[in-house]
Write a protein that binds this ligand. Sequence first.
Ligand code: PEP
Ligand code: MG
Length: 873
Amino acid sequence: MIKKYVYLFSEGKGSMKELLGGKGANLAEMTILGMPVPQGFTISTEACTHYYENGKKIDPTIEKEIFDTLLKIEDITGKKFGDTKNPLLISVRSGSRASMPGMMDTILNLGLNDEVVEGVAELTGNKRFAYDSYRRFIQMFSDVVMGIPKHSFEKIIDEIKLKKGVSLDTDLDDNDLKEMVTLFKAHYKKQKGADFPSDPKQQLIESVKAVFRSWENPRAVYYRRMNDIPSCWGTAVNVQSMVFGNMGNDSGTGVAFTRNPATGEKKLYGEYLINAQGEDVVAGIRTPNPIDTLETVMPDLYNQFVDIASKLEKHYKDMQDMEFTIEKGKLYMLQTRNGKRTAAAALKIACDLVEEGMISKENAIKMVDPKQLDSLLHPQFEAVALKAAKEIGSALPASPGAACGQVVFTADDAVKFHNEGKKVILVRLETSPEDIAGMHVAQGILTVRGGMTSHAAVVARGMGTCCIAGCGEISIHEEEKYFKLGGLNIKEGDFISLDGSTGKIYGEQIKTVEASISGYFKILMSWADEFRTLKICTNADTPKDAKQAIEYGAEGIGLCRTEHMFFDSDRIKAMREMIVSKTEAQRRAALDKLLPMQRGDFEELYEAMGGLPVTIRYLDPPLHEFLPHSDEDIKVLAKEIGIDFNELKGIVVSLHEFNPMMGHRGCRLAVSYPEIAEMQTRAVIEAAINVVKKHPDWNIVPEIMIPLIGEVKEFQYVKETVVSVADDLIKNSGISLRYKVGTMVEIPRACLTADEIAKEADFFSFGTNDLTQMAFGFSRDDAGNFLEHYYSKKIYEQDPFAKLDQVGVGKLIEMSVKLGKQVKPDLKIGICGEHGGDPSSIEFCHKQGLDYVSCSPFRVPIARLAAAQAALK
Ligand code: PEP
Ligand code: MG
């Protein structure tokens, strides 16, 4: 049987997303439901994959299948492609499995040429409309398919308007538009050295190729990396017969959501424009009207739309984002999809749908993207500071949250400032998909033009970034890098604050406060806890972090990095003294100074955790990280600890390592200087004894974790030190205290010999930061400098330090779990590398049967939800 690559809408269905993409599958589903969908067909994602495998060429058999299916559309619509009497015009749009708003390309009004346009004029009795459609097509095709910049056409439009002495496009008549077409085509020829393609079939095939190509455009690639979408999915192409919202005042076009995508409120929410094409709404060029005013303008149509919207929501059991067009008083549905929403809206909608009996708790859990919760876990404006702040303007609250930062006017500057460690607010006339990288690093986005469904609004909501859109009061000078608002002149680098929940803009810095989990967030989290089997712990080194993590639902500390406790200026001196010691006696003297500090820290941590498990990892980093490097600093230290400058300098130089990440760090320090492990054991056990005395009902079992083990004898050696000190202390304390000694598994050799190590270790915790570093041989500190090349060359799609490499590093984990459990079936196993807070990596940990994941406090709620989703998969 020949493989099928092209499907009529009537041949597909909603469950065929992998093959038809989201848009294609939903158009098919709406067709099955008998909704008014302009008919068309979908070229499958497999055709896209085939295009790339075939040297970026569409195979002649697929091309034939496309044209054969087009004939069927001609039959269905009674129109003919390229005909001058009754022409079929089509749109060509991308549509991948996961929705990627604005990331890929669309071409409308395809099938027009000098002859067909006359036919359209005759048939509609509207020459202006015909030529307006034609000039839009030339502009879009030239831009999207042939790469001639859109603004070069806008310049021609401006010249025509200037010549005629008018300011609006709508003031141009059919003759002006006809002239525009001639000028556009001349511009095309000048740019491309060939005539604008007049053959509709050629127009179609070139457009399909352009959509396939757009799957690999930089903004799509970037979006995929941000959203974990693999490049092998490819995009489908939807070819649909055109309906026109710009045929007069009985026509229009709009976008609507069945619930408010910013707040989740259960109320139809959207915008429309009379006598316009879809691009006008999305591009934010004209400011659209709120959807409920359509009820007075076209009551019947409004009711029909409300009815369809409600049916679609019930059918998909989720909030829908729909595009519609009204052509001469008839309603057409162009698209429906599960709508993108803010995190707050996502939580409210999920809880409301359960309440309304539409979905189960399990489905509510599956419906919320864990990563999105991040936007709710960060600071909001402090109420008092906010009240005192002076508002300088306001506009649409397009995406909520508090943002404060320095103003920049281009996406590139946003990235530049961000790389310098500054927080930025991106201020633009309007954003476009090219701005994606700048939008991603911005704290907030402010646009002069555009509505709630403009590019800036849609993309910002998806990213959980604060956005205020359509602030027409701003007089912006992007080139000169300043804007005026509320009597202020705000330049690049000045601070402003945005409240994305109210739409208010402030010309100053406003203090922020921590977020908390309440309301719908709390409800959904409690459901997640019912279903997850993985325990969620946190990586915390201070009581403040520990308290934050508990607030967010952490069930223990999975990693306390003790070296972080020595960086404070009042402690680093004793630490440095310890490092530069020449004899054991000197080292012990310095360690004696560190002991009370460390013991105090541990006591506070135990207190903050209220009896929950705490895993304390022994000193890990290369020692020279603590040493001064400049002569100035060495002089100061030499004076402080009373040794000669040259002698100290010699020691500092001698501690230099060529490969510090693989140097004298981790358990190697305790092997060289067991007195360090002795001091740390004292601190841990004495702190536990003190706290147990205060809280006899708390079940404190100190967990001591040895880093960077690669050989069981290394572990045995350090463990012996720990046990001898700990047992002595416990014996003398008169209380009974159990403790555990476990290991980080972060060196490939530890994975390979996990059965040996498991005989000795009470628990394993995967340090996937180091394990990734050593499995790939990529320095964790330097890989960021070259990984970009790997993404652009498609060698890797994701940063392996952010998303666990399940193929390679995952295999090491799988092997360790298997070997470890062979020896000790109840071995406690967790993960404490960065991946412990990444949803896809958490799913992997669940599948491997790990007991817990440990992540930073702010990612604890994300991990709780991701763990529940993994359990429900
Ligand atoms: C790890 O290597 O994954 C880990 C948690 O330890 P650190 O990041 O401190 O090296
Ligand atoms: Mg490590």
